[in-house]
Design a protein around this ligand. Sequence first.
Ligand SMILES: Cc1cc2nc3c(=O)[nH]c(=O)nc-3n(C[C@H](O)[C@H](O)[C@H](O)COP(=O)(O)O)c2cc1C
Length: 178
Amino acid sequence: MDLYEALQSRRSVRKYKPDPVPEDKLQNLMNAARIAPSWSNRQCWKFIVVRDRERKKQLAESMPEKNPARKAVAETAPVVIVLCADPKASGKQDGKDYYLLDAGLAMQQLMLAAHAEGFGTCWIAWFDEAKAKEACSVPKDQRIVGLTPLGVPEKQPSEKPRKDLSEIVYAEQWGKPL
Ligand SMILES: Cc1cc2nc3c(=O)[nH]c(=O)nc-3n(C[C@H](O)[C@H](O)[C@H](O)COP(=O)(O)O)c2cc1C
C-alpha cells in the first residue's frame, strides 16, 4: 500500500474479527515503532503486547464505560498494545514534555504499518492510568501514554471529517491565508 493511500484510508477501528495476529506480522509492526524518530534518539518508549484475555479485561476496566473503544479491548481485539514511556529518558523544552511526542510518533508508525498489513488499531487515551499500570505491572516512574487494540477490522469504518486546509495552514505569518 502506497503511503498516501495508507494515510488516507486509516481509521480508528473499534470492532474486530477474532482472527489472530501472526507473530511475524506483529514483529514487523513493533519494528515500525522501533525505528521512529525521538528526542536526541533517546527512544524513551516501551510496548507491552497483551494477548491474555483476563489482562485485556483488566485494561478495559481502566477505561470508562462510555469509552467507545472499551468493548474492543475487553472482548473483540485479539491483541492490545500498551504504550509506555519514561519521561526522564526524553527531553523537556519550554515546559513541553517531549516523551509524549516521542511515544505518539512510535505508536503512529505502528498504526500505519498495521493498516498497511490489513490490521486495525485505535488510539486510546481515555483510561485510568493507575488501573492500567496495575494490570501490566508497569513501574511507578513510567507513564502509560496510550493503548490500542490490534486485529483484523470487522469492517472499514466511515471517514471522519477533517478541517479544510485553509483553516489550518497559514503563509509566513499567523492568520495569513496560503
Ligand atoms: C490522543 C488520542 C486519544 C484518543 N482516545 C480515544 C479513546 O480513548 N477512545 C476512542 O474510542 N477513541 C480515541 N481516539 C480516536 C479518535 O476518536 C479518532 O482518531 C478521531 O475521531 C478521528 O477518527 P479516525 O481515527 O477514524 O480518523 C483517540 C485519538 C487520539 C489521537
